[in-house]
Design a protein around this ligand. Sequence first.
Ligand code: SF4
Ligand code: SF4
Length: 286
Amino acid sequence: MQIAIASGKGGTGKTTIATGLAYALSSNHNVCFKDCDVEAPNGHIFLKPLIDKKKEAVIQIPHIDVNKCSACGKCVNVCQFHALAQIGSSIMVFPQLCHGCGSCTWNCPENAIVEKPNTIGILESGCTGGGIQFSHGVLTISEPMSTPVIRQLKRWQKPVEDVITFLDAPPGASCSVVETLRGSDFVILVTEPTPFGIHDLRQMAGIIQDMRIKAGVIINRAKEEYAPLQEYCLKAKLPILMQIPFSREIAAGIAQGRLLTSIKPEYERLFSNMFDEIISSVSQRE
Ligand code: SF4
Ligand code: SF4
C-alpha cells in the first residue's frame, strides 16, 4: 500500500504528520518512508535514519554528432520541453530544460544523437532505529528539474508487497507533486484553517480528482472551528481525518527535530486509528 502526504501550501506541517504517522505504524507494520521533497528534504531530521546506501540520480542528455546530422529538425519538433533549437543547420541543446525522455534520439533518422549521463542529484537510503526503511532524494543545487529525481527515488529499492510506503510530497501543486502521487492508493492532504489553506487545498483536490485517487484531510494548527474549510471539505467530499490543535509545545518540539509521537504520545493511537479508517476507505473503492 502506498500513501502520499501532500499539501498545496508549504509550511502546513506535512512532514511532521508524515514522519509521525510512519513512526506510529512501524510498531505493527513494515514501513517504508520516501521523502520526495527533493528540493528541501527534511524527513531525516525527524526519523534519524542511518544512511548506508547512495546512488546518483542521472538523466541522459542528447549530444548531436555534427558529422551525421542532416539538420532535418525532427528532434526539435518532437521535444515537448523546448530543450532543442535549430539555428541554421545547427542543433543547440539546452541541458537544463531536457527531461531525458529520449524522444529526440528515438526519432532521429540519421542516428546522429548520442546520449550522455548528467548527474542531477543523489539518492540516499538507510534504516531507522525503529526499522523504517528510509530513503530520500537530494536535487543538486542549480538543477531546475526535480521530477526525474523523484521518479528514480520511487523506483529505487521498490518495496515488497506487505510494506506500507509513505511518500512525503513536495509542497505546491506542480508536476513534481503529480509524479509523487502517481500510483498511490490514498492521499492525505494537510491543510491549515486559513483562506490560503483552502485556496491551495482546492488546487490539490482538483489534481487528486483528475488522478482518481481517494483522499482525506488533516487540519493542522486548528485554533478554532473555521467553517469555510469544513464546508469546503463537505462539498468536495473530502473526509476530515484528524484535526491537530495549535500548540506551542508541538511547535517547540518540532523545532528541536522531535517526532509528533514523541512530543504527544497519544498520536500513536490516533494515527493508528486513522490508518484503519484509510484502509477501510481504500477497500471500499475496490
Ligand atoms: S531527451 Fe527529451 S527532453 Fe531531452 S532534448 Fe530530447 S526530446 Fe527533449
Ligand atoms: S533529428 Fe537527427 S538529423 Fe535531424 S536535426 Fe535532429 S539530430 Fe539532426
